[in-house]
Design a protein around this ligand. Structure first.
Ligand SMILES: Nc1ncnc2c1ncn2[C@@H]1O[C@H](COP(=O)(O)OP(=O)(O)OP(=O)(O)O)[C@@H](O)[C@H]1O
Ligand SMILES: [Mg+2]
Length: 351
């Protein structure tokens, strides 16, 4: 666990970057620092591994003040990932990843084996091992950056806007990858971002900071969206806070209709839309009885597993305005009509 105990950082020119920050980043969880530019996120992060020293207060790592730990020893247990990956341009990918093991004096074979293992762990082709950083895309470089930070298996990982320099699609896959890795590794991660969506997606807890380095709110994402502490947090969460909240609303109790699901070739119904499923009960398309023979696109969500936000997205994919509920095998369970979705949304807004 990382503990900030009334930590203040005042730079020599008088700038107060962090002001009496107190919070805990629990072991094995992702704690996200989010806030506008200049609110002290990077400063806070770098005080953990003593790249910057606090002016007042203290930071404790599992109860021990970091001030009392020699910086090189401290950093051995702390992986650090930054924006643009920060790879060494003249070293091959494999040697970039093995940087810390080499520093720790591992023998070359062990360090390289470890690097190869990590290359795969972060979803990269082993063939990249012999390339140089400039031969990789931005997203691939970020993955190498993550692999390098994990090389000596540090219990703590600090990540400073690691995914902000890549395009939104790559960014999404890097985020998914991190969550998957974290599932296996259970590191204590402090992740800095200025993107509230990223914070909500990745954080077990989210610390919202305001300029001047003051903590505005510390909460799990669901609570943050449901109960912003003040106008600053509300503003920062944005106007689509209501939509974001839906990612925490389950589709479990959604009212479904099975009478709208038909086999191919069937016709004759007074319903405006019917969902056609094949013999394996998999969806094929929406049929408007007025236009027989023409199937329209559909969107699905995994009932009980996907959120109401996914169900709404699925409904928007189709001209029918309905979402198709499927099970783990992709078989149709039923159809959520617009009315059923509205009902569930109204309920979520009350709750
Ligand atoms: N070495 C320094 N000397 C003086 N002021 C500094 C120094 N480094 C940072 N600051 C100031 O401290 C404040 C916090 O900076 P910091 O880099 O921690 O912010 P940040 O939240 O990471 O911002 P960003 O989102 O832009 O990366 C800012 O006002 C910044 O100008
Ligand atoms: Mg920063």
């Amino acid at each position: 666990m990382i503990t900030f105990d009334a930590v203040t950082k005042r730079y020599p020119d008088g700038t107060v970057a962090v002001d009496h920050l107190s919070l805990e980043a629990p072991t094995g969880e992702i704690t996200v620092f989010v806030g506008p530019s200049g609110c002290g996120k990077t400063t806070s992060l770098r005080m953990i591994n003593r790249m910057i020293d606090a002016t007042e207060g203290q930071i404790l790592l599992d109860g021990k003040p970091v001030q009392g730990i020699d910086p090189p020893a401290l950093r051995r247990g702390i992986g650090y990932v930054i924006q643009q990956a920060g790879l060494f341009p003249h070293r091959k990918i494999i040697d970039n990843i093995a940087t810390v093991p080499y520093l720790l004096g591992w023998d070359k074979k062990k360090a390289r084996d470890r690097a190869m293992e990590l290359l795969e762990r972060v979803g990269l082709d082993p063939a990249f091992a012999g390339r140089y950083p400039f031969q990789l895309s931005g997203g691939q470089q970020q993955r190498v950056g993550v692999a390098r930070a994990l090389a000596a298996d540090p219990p703590v990982l600090l990540m400073d806007e690691p995914f902000s320099a890549v395009d939104p699609i790559v960014r999404t896959s890097l985020q998914d990858e991190l969550l998957r890795l974290q599932n296996e590794l259970n590191k204590t991660i402090v992740f800095v971002t200025h993107d509230i969506d990223e914070a909500i997606k990745l954080g077990d807890r989210v610390a919202v900071l305001r300029v001047g380095g003051k903590l505005a709110q510390l909460a799990d994402p669901k609570t943050l969206l449901a109960e912003p502490a003040d106008d600053f947090v509300r503003e920062f969460l944005g106007h689509d806070r209501g939509i974001r909240r839906l990612q925490f609303v389950s589709t479990e109790g959604l009212r479904l209709r099975t009478d709208l699901v038909v086999r191919e070739g069937s016709g004759g119904s007074s319903e405006p839309w019917l969902l056609v499923a094949d013999e394996g009960e998999r969806p094929v398309g929406w049929l408007s009885p007025e236009r027989p023979g023409k199937l329209e696109p559909y969107g699905t969500f995994l009932l009980g597993r996907d959120s109401m936000r996914s169900a709404l997205d699925a409904a928007l994919l189709s001209p029918s305005g309905c979402a198709v509920a499927v099970d783990e095998e992709g078989k149709v369970v039923g159809v959520a009509t617009r009315e059923a979705l509205d009902e569930a949304l109204a309920e979520a807004a009350d709750g």
